[in-house]
Design a binder for this molecule. Sequence first.
Ligand code: GLN
Length: 536
Amino acid sequence: MSNSTKYVFVTGGVTSSLGKGIISASLAKLLQARGYSVTIQKLDPYINIDPGTLNPYEHGECFVTDDGAETDLDLGHYERFLNTPTSQANNVTTGRIYQSVIDKERRGEFLGKTVQVIPHITNEIKERIQLLGKKGTYDIVITEIGGTVGDIESLPYVEAVRQMMWEFENDCIVIHLTLVPYLRAAGELKTKPTQHSVKQLLELGVQPDILCCRTEHELDLTLRRKIAQFCNVSMNAVIESRDADTIYDVPLLMQAEELDKVVLEKLSLPTKSIPKLDNWKSFLERLKAPKSEVTIGLVGKYVELKDSYKSISEAFIHAGVSNESKVNIKWIHSEKVVKGNLDAELGDLDGILVAPGFGSRGISGKIETVRYARENNVPFLGICLGMQCAVIEFARNVLGLSDAHTTEIVDDCKAPVISMMEEQKNISNLGGTMRLGAYKCHLTPGSHVSDAYNTEKISERHRHRYEFNNEYLEQFEENGMKATGRNPETGLVEVVEIENHPWFVGAQFHPEYKSTVDNPHPLFVAFVDAVLKNKK
Ligand code: GLN
């Protein structure tokens, strides 16, 4: 059988957290820079339908796509590296696979057959992989298999890969990512865990074509030869992946190891093209030579796990580079911010961001933080719950509505300045009531936001249940908090700004999801610019 789309599978061995996502994104970047159209998909072996209902402490941030899929944070890396949007099809979990197979079973689609992991679950996995290829838009689909080879839960995925390798033998390859640890006592790098990991894959019928070896030290020729010999791969397919200063170095490190060239050779694709990475390189140069430095406080309740705010911290890196400035993030736990310690917690900041979130924990600290930023003219960006806190704070302390709150926290509050829209109220399933994905927004000419975007019509991604309550809009606007971004169809308030303040913006949407290396997000760029001016 032949298939015009090529498939690259990325598996992981030895341990988790080796950075399969970054390796996949880096390879995709190199192939894209050679003119190939590439997409990346992540298969997650957990039973949740999607990470939407997962606590960020479990897997970090939930990334949202234009089509409203709640996905793994690796999709954020894919978009930031490739500057192309992903979709629901780019992230599939075991839960989703099973749900779909069980739905088919209920509809009688298996004609009375016994439904089994093999072939039904593996067929569903193979279909999901090929769905992206069948679209005809991609030359190469890179599929990252979550988890570590040998885990019980990733077995059906590895079996699906084995079958595809056999069915489309010239169009599929496997890259296996392993760890080559350094034993200080022996003063040596050790290849045994890699050998064992490859053996484990072989037991499942999969021979990797390329090994990417994470290591803290140089893999010399002797080690490369040893790994090649014991793992049945060619010497040039043993790729060293050293720890890097920044994830944005990894594509160039992989290029130096010729990962892209080896992949193309193994897929029988031409290798003559020269990767165009001028933008990427100039981004890296500017990243490494900032002309100034600012410190922005990120106030949130998940700051112990920085991955919970991955897209925000990456957006600050992009916006910093645009402003030739290094943005230091001071991670501030919203539960620790109280009236008595505002100066101590926030006094040294050049700018303040109040983060998205759900539920009541830490909310009073967020509201106090907003007050501090508003009263002390500190440039402020509030995202989603952060914007809602800005609205609540303004209602309480400027409009004098002391009971103002969001109905997410006080269901029957007297001044529900943030509330749920009528049509949402009937849907009670968790995950069912959210406004998710891309929505249009019109900006007010002359506002900070329209200046930032340099246009009046934008589209941004959402993930929330509650909204600005338009019954209060007039009161807000009369007192200096303006709705400068609104949904053209529903009239929902998407952006608020305070007039008499250097830069105070609250966004109901999540700008961070759309910031990429090639397109740093305009709102973050404008925020960092305001922060720099504030510092001077
Ligand atoms: N909890 C708020 C809501 O559901 C905000 C959500 C968020 O910050 N992503 O509306």
